[in-house]
Design a binder for this molecule. Structure first.
Ligand SMILES: *Cc1c(COP(=O)(O)O)cnc(C)c1O
Length: 426
């Protein structure tokens, strides 16, 4: 085993890693339900759902069967000039559950690419309307939309790598991150700041891009429903498209199927989905838009939307995504997320008593412990593994977003491990 681990150490990049001096990585040989099994036989309860994706847990019989069945007919064919049932059936299913008004789907292979597609659709939309100057984007601080260049340009300018890539990033427009909490009323100053930004710059802005209600990797922040609702109003007022990035929040994580569903009768012009779309099995993402956006792009010159990934609408990924959405809809996911939420609220509260803890917050099946300072990643990770759990903090954020199928006892083990490891590494 040390052989292949040595090879990994010497030759493989891991996410956001120093290739010359990498932090330890833990070899996994099996994953089942909420458990990851390490090569030494140790089983860990997964608190991360493999970055929001594995909502049903691992090695799910229905998802396995969907892939196996699709594999018998075809693993992949190009989507240029060809089509197939897995793509069509997944699209039918998604259109029946997303906010009303979204009617056209572009399948891509990762979340970042789905965001690039959304940005490009917004640019082509305004080009078609004879407004080529509307080619920049507005967003709020503390956001995260992916790691490709276009996506990075709408990530938080401070923690989003802008200092490194600044010369090649689109110069976009940033409003302050909203300060209200999900169940609270609007902070008027938040919305007036967005109003001012759009008022002054709307002639250059193609779209406002937001993660609805939950800002994920940009800071694990939650904000209120009213802000999202008001953002829609302002976008209409200033003729700016609204892109909702539900790559992290989609498929039940916040307690609604989509975070947008918290606002009655709310539809973004463009919606990005990814992560949990396939239940964590394969990389697939989707960018959906309204008839209005699609038809306007089609009225332009060229009338085609200029994007076409090699692995667009991969049949295996579409088949498992369809199965995953059905498993979700057939499950008591709403009760599961509610139960996780209330348990996280109760059991993470004691962390508030620790001196290094700045804030504890919970929304849907997402629990966050924010510290004053960044954690010692290697030490914390080692502590979590000793406690029999898989929790991967980033910077000063220790957080949980477990698979929905987790039991109360398993979740307690996760929350207790966070308290224990924070106490040990105060
Ligand atoms: C993870 C994420 C992305 C990027 O998705 P990848 O599949 O990692 O490219 C974009 N937006 C949000 C909100 C995300 O959480």
């Amino acid at each position: 085993m040390t052989d292949w681990l040595d090879f990994d150490r010497q030759h493989l990049w891991h996410p956001y890693a120093n290739i010359a001096d990498p932090l330890p990585v833990y070899p996994v040989i099996h994953a089942e339900g909420v458990y990851l099994t390490l090569a030494n036989g140790k089983k860990l309860i997964d608190g991360m759902s493999s970055w929001w994706a594995a909502i049903h847990g691992y090695n799910h019989p229905v998802l396995n069967a969907a892939i196996n069945e699709q594999l018998q007919s075809m693993a992949h064919v190009m989507f240029g000039g060809l089509t197939h049932k897995p793509a069509v059936e997944l699209a039918q299913l998604l259109l029946s559950i997303v906010p009303k008004g979204l009617s056209k789907i572009f399948f891509a292979d990762s979340g970042s690419v789905a965001v690039e597609i959304a940005l490009k659709q917004a640019i082509q939309y305004w080009l078609a309307l004879g407004k080529p100057d509307k080619n920049r984007f507005a967003t709020v601080r503390s956001g995260y939309h992916g790691d490709t260049l276009g996506a990075m340009s709408v990530c938080d300018p401070v923690n989003g790598m802008h200092h490194l890539f600044h010369p090649v990033l689109m110069p976009n427009y940033f409003a302050p991150a909203p300060h209200c909490h999900p169940n609270q009323g609007l902070h008027v100053t938040d919305i007036t700041a967005l109003d001012r930004l759009l008022d002054q710059n709307h002639s250059h802005i193609a779209a406002l891009i937001l993660e609805p209600l939950v800002q994920g990797a940009g800071g694990m922040r939650f904000y209120c429903v009213d802000y999202l609702e008001q953002a829609r109003v302002l976008c209409d007022e200033y003729e700016v498209l609204l892109i909702c990035d539900e790559i992290a929040t989609g498929f039940g994580r916040t307690g609604q199927l989509f975070a947008c569903d918290y606002v009655p009768h709310f539809t973004p012009d463009i919606l990005c989905l990814g992560k949990a779309l396939t239940g964590g099995y394969l990389s697939l993402a989707a960018t959906l838009c309204t008839d209005e956006v699609a038809e306007t792009i089609a009225s332009g010159n060229p009338p085609v939307f200029m994007h076409g990934p090699t692995f667009m609408a991969n049949p295996l990924a579409c088949a498992v995504a369809k199965a995953s959405v059905h498993v979700l809809l057939d499950s008591p996911w709403q009760q599961q997320v509610k139960a996780i939420e209330s348990q996280l609220k109760t059991e993470l509260k004691p962390c508030q008593t620790l001196s290094q803890v700045k804030d504890v917050r919970v929304f849907g099946a997402i629990g966050v412990v924010e510290l004053y300072q960044s954690v010692d990643m290697a030490a914390m990770q080692n502590c979590f593994v000793k406690q029999g759990v898989w929790v991967r903090p980033f910077n000063n954020l220790v957080y949980l977003m477990p698979p929905y199928i987790i039991t109360a006892a398993q979740l307690s083990q996760l929350t207790q491990a966070i308290f224990t490891c924070l106490k040990e590494h105060a």
